[in-house]
Design a binder for this molecule. Sequence first.
Ligand SMILES: Nc1ncnc2c1ncn2[C@@H]1O[C@H](COP(=O)(O)OP(=O)(O)OP(=O)(O)O)[C@@H](O)[C@H]1O
Ligand SMILES: Cc1cn([C@H]2C[C@H](O)[C@@H](COP(=O)(O)O)O2)c(=O)[nH]c1=O
Length: 215
Amino acid sequence: MGRLIVVEGLDGSGKATLTASLARKWGEQGRTVARLAFPRYGMSVHADLVKDALYGRLGDLSESVYGPALLFALDRQGAAEDIEAALAENDIVLLDRYISSNAAYGSARLGGPAHPNDFAQWVADLEVDRFEIPRPDLQILLDVPVLLAAARARGRAAGDNNRALDSFESDSALQARTAAMYAELAAGQYLSPWRILKPEADGSVAIPADLLGPA
Ligand SMILES: Nc1ncnc2c1ncn2[C@@H]1O[C@H](COP(=O)(O)OP(=O)(O)OP(=O)(O)O)[C@@H](O)[C@H]1O
Ligand SMILES: Cc1cn([C@H]2C[C@H](O)[C@@H](COP(=O)(O)O)O2)c(=O)[nH]c1=O
């Protein structure tokens, strides 16, 4: 049975870059790695609907906190069997965003740590207990300063006509509250143990040797 490892962090924090780098390094060690990113745009009707909500194309659903969170969760429920199968066949299943994205962004939309709420528990009850979505073995928080992540997200949007900032990405106060929520979830070991990776002064992220495991 493989390990389910998740990379979490803000929009533009470098999750896709880090997951690619982790997969390459584990592959070089001879480990088999399956990768998946959430939301599964283009693969799941729920992911495509939530994208519509993020770009204001679903009326008042965009203002809802629980509505989009339910769509994100249904996207993962639709992938649960594939994740179980990938765990049976690989050493590592590596995910770019997972259940904690829902907990962090939804709690932040309700006000973040300054307005304590039970949204993260609601997400765990829904996704892990009710939908039986596999629990992660390890979550890695890419703890990049909010302003750096925002600058990268803006830079990517400027260079790619298909990557205009969505309503979460363009809300800098939401991003700051989400960063605080991620810190809280990691400190509380939400759903699994967490590791926190911070960038070096030049923005690069060093992967600790013990995270890669024995060569
Ligand atoms: N260590 C790094 N140094 C410099 N630029 C980086 C680094 N990591 C990522 N970037 C750049 O920042 C941008 C965002 O990176 P990436 O797509 O990996 O982030 P992400 O967290 O997956 O974003 P999102 O969640 O918004 O899709 C990209 O243009 C990428 O090339
Ligand atoms: C999976 C997931 C994502 N979100 C948030 C995080 C982002 O701001 C957007 C879309 O994700 P992307 O990586 O920019 O494509 O949605 C969320 O709130 N809940 C989730 O489960």
